[in-house]
Design a protein around this ligand. Structure first.
Ligand SMILES: Nc1ncnc2c1ncn2[C@@H]1O[C@H](COP(=O)(O)OP(=O)(O)OP(=O)(O)O)[C@@H](O)[C@H]1O
Ligand SMILES: [Mg+2]
Length: 428
């Protein structure tokens, strides 16, 4: 279980036959129980529309309704609907290994028995559901399908196991997640690499927002990365459409893992929008630079005070709506102090610091959007973004690959000046 996740995770549930690596049941066992034919009701016997009814028994011949009368102008005829096929069985795939168990599902690596493709299967946690298929699972599938993009993980299909609670999302398998990668990498990403990763992330987020989807859980463990230097945004388990009318209670505040949560959600806002994702992007940008999460708070109060420390406390100028937030009155603001960004990120350029400050802006109305960030001067100054093909590759822990033992050799002295040189000329 991932240690950085804030909040308790759903307890593990019974494993399915597929998860235990068992073979598919024999066709005899799999064949559905015979469903008794429904008894014909009297009405259907006399119903003139029934195909079995005798024409002579139809007392009044009905006029054939025109297509226009059968369908409302808003509802397209059935021939226009995409073909509805039943979900395939999970036994279409051979289970290889379990990758990870998160809060909302267990993820496996598997092989398509027909094509040989390696895929990832995420089993949705449905066991505890008493009221049918959970809305969160529907949202996850729906959002993945609505946000198809080069830098969003590709959903292939949804497959089912033997019971109604065994539902799996089949996705392309991606070798790493960024959080695990950052912990095993001996050094941090170069500035040119960070720019490439951030541009990819921003293009995916801009695409989601253009399609009216808020991700609401952007963090490094939900960013997958392949060995060709490409990022794929994953885990749409907390995603939802925005722009729709909001219910009486407003939007839930139980979104976004604590360390990546925007201040307006921490302070109880019930209406929020794309800016919450942009705050998380800022935290991810900082994590790529620091090689560790920016705000490693144990609780919400500590999280707020860490934000106040880095940004300086909010003021009427920096966040006019601060005082109308539900929890603002319960917090006593520390004495005013300037932002500490330069001290926190001494080795990035002024443009880099400026972009970071625009992501981590108090007022959501003033926070930079993904589209605007893509045009920021940080990306057009040297060192330029590195071509993804030039990224190094790493052994994939998810695929069970082991890292070779490094040579025992004395470590080179690490000095801040060396680090600065590398970041300035790393596009050579
Ligand atoms: N398509 C994939 N290819 C490879 N690994 C994947 C894939 N999808 C997910 N993973 C791995 O599984 C982990 C958990 O997946 P995901 O985030 O979708 O589940 P979750 O239960 O919603 O997680 P969380 O703990 O964030 O709530 C990811 O961090 C990643 O390591
Ligand atoms: Mg996740």
């Amino acid at each position: 279980m991932d240690l950085i996740h804030a909040g308790p995770s759903t307890p593990s549930r019974k494993r399915s036959r597929w998860e235990n690596g068992e073979e598919q049941e024999t066709p005899r066992q799999l064949s559905p129980k015979r469903v008794p034919k429904p008894k014909r009701s009297k009405i259907s016997d006399t119903d003139p529309s029934s195909s079995s009814s005798q024409p002579s028994q139809s007392p009044r011949p009905r006029p054939t309704p025109s297509i226009n009368k059968l369908h409302s102008v808003c509802v397209p005829p059935r021939t226009c609907h995409p073909p509805i096929l039943p979900a395939r069985s999970v036994f279409t795939y051979e289970r290889l290994n379990q990758i990870e168990e998160g809060s909302y599902g267990v993820v496996f690596r598997a092989r398509d028995r027909q094509t040989g493709d390696i895929v990832a299967l995420k089993r949705l946690k449905l066991d505890e559901e008493k009221q049918g298929f959970p809305i969160t699972a529907l949202r996850e599938i729906n959002a993945l399908m609505a946000c198809r993009h080069e830098h969003v993980v590709n959903i292939r299909e949804v497959v089912v196991g033997e019971t109604l609670t065994q539902v799996y999302i089949v996705m392309d398998f991606i070798e790493h997640d960024l959080k695990s990668l950052l912990t095993v990498m001996p050094t941090t990403f170069l500035q040119s690499e960070i720019k490439t990763l951030l541009l990819q992330l921003l293009s995916a987020v801009a695409h989601c927002h253009k399609n009216w989807i808020l991700h609401r859980d952007l963090k490094t463990s939900n960013l997958l990365m392949n060995n060709r230097g490409q990022i794929k945004v994953a885990d749409f388990g907390l995603a939802r459409r925005y722009g729709d009318p909001i219910g009486v209670g407003g939007l839930t505040q139980l979104v976004v893992t604590l360390w990546y949560r925007a201040p307006e959600i921490l302070l109880g806002a019930t209406t929020y929008s794309t800016a919450v994702d942009m705050w998380s992007v800022g935290c991810i940008f900082a994590e790529l630079i620091l090689k560790q999460p920016l705000f490693q708070a144990k609780g919400e109060i500590e999280m707020i005070s860490m934000i106040f420390k880095l940004l300086g406390p909010p003021s009427r100028d920096s966040w006019p709506d601060y005082y109308v937030l539900p929890l603002a009155k319960t917090i006593s603001l520390p004495p005013s102090q300037p932002p500490q960004f330069r001290q926190k990120f001494p080795y990035i350029s002024d443009a880099g610091v400026d972009l970071m400050m625009r992501f981590l802006t108090y007022d959501p109305e003033c926070r930079i959007t993904a589209e605007e960030a893509l045009q920021h001067p940080y990306f057009s100054e040297s060192p330029y973004p590195k071509h993804p093909d030039m990224f190094g590759s790493f052994p994939s822990v998810a695929a069970g690959e082991k890292r070779g033992k490094p040579f025992e050799s004395p470590r080179a002295p690490v000095r801040p000046q060396d680090y600065k040189l590398v970041t300035e000329f790393d596009d050579i």
